[in-house]
Design a protein around this ligand. Structure first.
Ligand code: MLT
Length: 270
């Protein structure tokens, strides 16, 4: 891999062959993958990106300007930024895995840049669009974080993303998530909420994709429940399904071992 990239990228492991590229969830950054990487068998390289406005990446506005497109928040723009970044890094084909919001980005990549994908890992995510009520709530939250100038409004996610078992037994995970959420800027959080609110249903794009797919979900995931994972598994032509026990929406930190095994298996099939 060579060069700089539009989005902040973190080379988490050097190696040989098709890289595994990791896309994080909301309202977080690429650090949420750190527990998985040491558990990945094999020698393939691993790269994690920060999506626009999150972690160390430029804002959605700056990304739109760099890509020469209107600044309208969308997961399509996230996907185009990922594709542009990988091109700048000299990566012409990759296995990409995304958690939740990162999965929405991955589904957009699959529709817009399928040639780039040697395999798709859909972790604690869903292919459907939001309900009207969910969309309205996202827009309300976006307005509120901008108005307040803090990420307080989304801090509740530090508990909501965990499964009941982790919430009861692992308070350290709540603290860790809180630290990561507090590190994000309100503008980035608002931009992502608006992008997710605008996303379409992408089950059709998944049906049309003929590469290998790995679907992973925590059995206690309350935000992208097991039924959503089963729907993606059934829609994809060549998918595996891994249900991670005693984990919620944050399988990569709640129980990273089966996540690593599923993603390494995907790279092996790619
Ligand atoms: C995430 O983890 O990325 C969020 O739960 C996505 C969402 O709000 O739909």
């Amino acid at each position: 891999m060579t060069g700089d990239g539009l989005l902040a990228h973190h080379r988490l492991r050097a190696g040989e062959g098709t890289p595994l590229v990791l896309l994080h969830g909301f309202p977080l950054d690429s650090r949420m993958w750190h527990d998985v990487v040491p558990l990945l068998p094999g020698t393939f390289p691993v790269l994690a990106l920060d999506l626009p406005g999150m972690g160390s990446s430029p804002s959605g506005h700056d990304v739109a300007v760099r890509l020469g497109v209107p600044d309208v928040p969308s997961v399509d723009l996230q996907a185009d930024a990922v594709a542009d970044t990988l091109a700048e890094l000299g990566v012409d084909r990759a296995v990409v895995a995304g958690l939740s919001m990162g999965g929405y980005t991955l589904l957009a990549l699959l529709e817009r840049h399928a040639w780039l994908l040697a395999g798709a890992g859909l972790v604690d995510t869903k292919a459907g669009a939001d309900t009207e009520a969910a969309r309205a709530n996202r827009l309300r939250v976006a307005d509120e974080v901008e108005r307040a100038g803090t990420v307080e409004e989304v801090l509740g996610m530090r508990r909501a993303v965990l499964g009941a078992t982790s919430r009861e037994q692992r308070p350290g995970l709540v603290d860790r998530l809180e630290g990561w959420i507090r590190d994000q800027g309100p503008a980035g959080v608002a931009w992502c909420q608006r992008a997710m609110a605008a996303r379409p249903d992408r089950l059709g794009a998944l049906r049309a994709y003929d590469g290998p797919v790995a679907v992973v979900v925590g059995d206690e995931d309350e935000l992208s429940p097991v039924a959503e994972a089963e729907a993606m598994h059934d829609a994809a032509r060549a998918a595996t399904l891994t249900v991670v026990r005693r984990a919620g929406h944050m399988t990569p930190i709640e129980n990273p071992e089966p996540v690593a095994a599923a993603l390494a298996g995907l790279v092996g099939r790619a």
